[in-house]
Design a protein around this ligand. Structure first.
Ligand SMILES: Cc1cc2nc3c(=O)[nH]c(=O)nc-3n(C[C@H](O)[C@H](O)[C@H](O)COP(=O)(O)OP(=O)(O)OC[C@H]3O[C@@H](n4cnc5c(N)ncnc54)[C@H](O)[C@@H]3O)c2cc1C
Length: 288
């Protein structure tokens, strides 16, 4: 199939972009990398009257370093983030997640923010952002706001972003010295969306886990966090996995043509154990 006819705009300034979104409302669609939008247009899953290409808005290209987080502008490409020494050092979970996103051809054009805005429940980057406790910067004609990742995603391909808002940047919390990370995924082929993915962030002091965040993609309509705070105090990956196994067994994953509910639940348990073991063999700490 081919897209329905649409008009095309290429704003150069953020103010011009937000003005267009304001005047067109639901009839406008933002074009970033186009990797997901192109397919949706061709299948007529979306039929915008106006396509707003944001690729020429210079202010959306930047990566900036704030004290607490790395702020990636909406046009930062996945490939550039994957190669960035700052991201490897300061946001190792993002780097680990990115290596599972598509292929180098798709990453060279696909943006970090496009993946977050797209909100596919099996996507790696929304999961990484949620587990890190990151945030999304939004701007409309009249105001800007920042939304925490854990309240941004509503359901598949739906977020709290209003039609007149653009995601201007993503805030990726900077790693602290005592934090460790792990990312595990099972996909049908390399580069596919996850059937199930698990991301983990742990604060470990003197060999003891003092804080633990564990999240999943591919098991619900949005990335989800499991409350595993009761497992703090453990000293090994096996200890953590045993402590929280009842929680992973109680997951009620979605089923689709790729995997049944039971299969996903089993995958979630196996990947969780592997991720928790990784926390104690800190591969992601030393990436540089
Ligand atoms: C072969 C292939 C394999 C892939 N594999 C994976 C994978 O394994 N994992 C994965 O997560 N993804 C995968 N993708 C999708 C890819 O990562 C996309 O880059 C990503 O989903 C969307 O980013 P984009 O910049 O291309 O956004 P676009 O396709 O341009 O936009 C996607 C959606 O987000 C909206 N949007 C984009 N930017 C903004 C913004 N700044 N503000 C507000 N709304 C915005 C658009 O309007 C659209 O609705 C794959 C794609 C392909 C073609």
């Amino acid at each position: 199939m081919k897209p329905v006819k649409f008009a095309y705009a290429r704003p150069q300034e953020l103010s011009e972009l937000t003005e267009l979104l304001h005047s067109e409302g639901e009839d406008a669609r933002i074009l970033a990398g186009g990797l997901s939008l192109g397919a949706m247009l061709n299948m007529r899953l979306v039929t915008p009257r106006l396509l707003v290409d944001i690729n020429h808005v210079q202010t959306l290209q930047r990566t900036q370093n704030a004290a607490e987080y790395v702020q990636t502008g909406a046009l930062v490409r996945q490939a550039d983030a994957l190669l960035s020494p700052e991201i490897a050092r300061d946001v190792p979970l993002l780097r680990a997640a990115l290596s599972h996103v598509g292929h180098f051809q798709t990453r060279s054009r696909g943006t970090l923010a496009g993946s977050i805005a797209h909100a596919d429940p099996s996507a790696e980057l929304p999961l990484a952002l949620t587990v890190l406790g990151g945030a999304i910067e939004l701007a409309s004609r009249r105001r800007s706001r920042v939304v925490n990742a854990d309240s941004f995603f509503l359901s598949p391909l739906r977020t709290v972003r209003r039609p007149d808002e653009v995601v201007t940047a993503i805030r990726w919390p900077r790693r602290r010295n005592d934090e460790r990370f792990a990312f595990r995924e099972f996909a049908l082929r390399a580069g596919d969306y996850a059937v199930v993915a698990v991301a983990c962030k742990a604060r470990v002091a003197k060999g003891v886990v003092e804080d633990l965040r564990l999240g999943f993609a591919g098991v619900a309509d949005t990335p989800i966090l499991l409350d595993v705070s009761f497992a703090c105090g453990e000293r090994t990956g096996e200890g953590l996995a045993d402590a929280i196994s009842a929680r992973t067994k109680a997951l009620e994953p979605t089923a689709d043509l790729h995997a049944s509910r039971d299969y996903r639940r089993q995958l979630a348990a196996v990947l969780t154990k592997a991720a928790l073991m990784d926390v104690f063999t800190p591969k992601l700490e030393s990436v540089s």
